[in-house]
Unconditional design. Sequence first.
Length: 407
Amino acid sequence: MATVTAHTEKKLKETNYSWEGKDKAGKQVKGEMRAAGTVIVTSTLRRQGIKVTKIKKVQSSGKITNKDITLFTRQLATMMKSGVPLLQAFDIVGKGHSNRAVGKLLMDIKADVETGSNLADAFRKYPLYFDALFCNLVGAGEAAGILDSLLDRLATYKEKIQAIKGKIKSALFYPISIIVVAFIITAVIMIFVIPAFKDLFEGFGAELPAPTLLVMTISDFFVAYWWAILGILGGGIYAFFYTWKRSIAMQRIMDRLVLKLPVFGEVIRKATIARWSRTLSTMFAAGVPLVESLDSVAGAAGNYIYYEATKSIQIEVSTGNSLMSAMANANVFPSMVVQMVAIGEESGSLDSMLSKIADFYEAEVDDAVAALASLMEPVIMVVLGTLIGGMVVAMYLPIFKMGMVVG
């Protein structure tokens, strides 16, 4: 792990540079090079007999996302299945890509392959974009001479994982966006609307109801310390997610809590099991040994509780236990999943059975997300109605009382 981290840091320091210069014959030449600094660019070109006259850092025109890698994998698989040679496929995809950063990445990988590196090792030089699972599957495909089939399987796997991640994000986006909107509306009312009512009520000279006084007190606090509230809220959210991303202890706590959330927890659990099953099915079908497959599955689980469980399962399987008994001992998989794995082991069709488990839970996630959207609407309406309506009623109570007195 330390080696991978160090290599990642090294790649992060490298930058693309465009250069211009003159060759030995005095002819003007130019090009691009990826290096850790201008000194390396200059020395490399000097060894090639080029006198550099200008070097400029090339700004990337886009960020490389997981969606970009998924699309590239599908394009590469399709071309290779159609008989397009590997290097030509890289050339077509790289030069035709709308994201310059992706194009540059593919051209760099192509250059590595052209100089004698195998494809899996070329991918391993870019751990930010190609994880161990991706590289291991490509390596297995190269070794067995079925690279086109493995790339096709890998593309399908990444597409399904991408789809299930998208569904989870869409399920969480709606309530989070409503909460943000509710906070903004509340802040606007507290800072701008209620002070106007306060000025109006001060001219009444009558005693105000307790709810009105409470809302006005909160409004005074908002007006006086809105900058502190925004700062603490923004800083707190940033610190929370920063710690969650970098602290193993925090990941363990939050991933356990996430799985226990009402409604949402069950959706996330099903998505995690689907991803876990899909990953293990893809690795095992590619001919990767079970113990080695479980190592990649742990990293792809997406939840630290399942990561630890998978590591425990890996240890048990390596000592001779069956996958079914190891999964049962982990206590994180439903009995249906354990029983289906047992049937797959007994019948010699473990990869097929795991794929069916993944299909089942992906369908379950689809249904749960659809049900969640319809369930959340009335809940959100009640919460917003209570919050906003409560403030409105509290501010109109004195007016209602005055109307009753006048009447």
